[in-house]
Ligand binder design. Sequence first.
Ligand SMILES: C[S@@+](CC[C@H](N)C(=O)[O-])C[C@H]1O[C@@H](n2cnc3c(N)ncnc32)[C@H](O)[C@@H]1O
Length: 213
Amino acid sequence: MTNLSNRLVSLSLWVDKKDNIIDVGSDHALLPIYLKENNLCNKVIATDINQNALDSGIYNIKRSNLDIESYLSNGLKDIDTTDYNTVIIAGMGTKTIKEILSYKEKLKTIDKLILQSNKDLFELREFMDKKGYYLKEEQNIFDKGIWYSAYLYIKSDKKNTEEEIKYGLLNNKDFINHLISKYEELLSKIPPKNKAYKELKSKVDYLKVIISK
Ligand SMILES: C[S@@+](CC[C@H](N)C(=O)[O-])C[C@H]1O[C@@H](n2cnc3c(N)ncnc32)[C@H](O)[C@@H]1O
């Protein structure tokens, strides 16, 4: 049985049995193996831009004896996405995720995106909103001393509110407290007259209101 990190297990909670999934930047292919091993999806492929990473995935897939195809590809460029409805992109920065999702024709059949970026989350939420995807759910996962935010996006006419795009869904009190202390620490290092101080202070004030509700 695959021993998966809390972060990757959390992503699997958004997968449905009917889903045909492309795991972009799969690396070791642990997530596709876990999904297949536990019969959580219909079909999943592992892809990566890097041959060495893909090779480690292929090695693990062979050992697992499961039916998972693997492809060398920069994002979705060399993948025929026609038969797939779900894309997972995890463990990458927002800049890379945006590049991968910039090929509109590759996303025609994709109505679900499971994203976990390591940074620039506001930029990612803004980008996804402009692309016409709706942030339906968010998980904040504490894994080996680090907080991760993961997003479930669906294709929808529904729009997220300005606050949701700016701050995310803010549905985890521990995570909000973590943000407040992180921002307060930053505030202590910025001169109060600085423009950045005002912005950060208003963020902290907003988060304190949310947490008191
Ligand atoms: C940190 S690993 C994350 C692995 C796994 N998705 C996870 O979350 O544990 C990032 C992987 O993404 C791959 N990657 C980076 N840019 C990519 C791109 N444009 N297309 C496909 N894979 C990419 C890297 O080669 C690497 O294997």
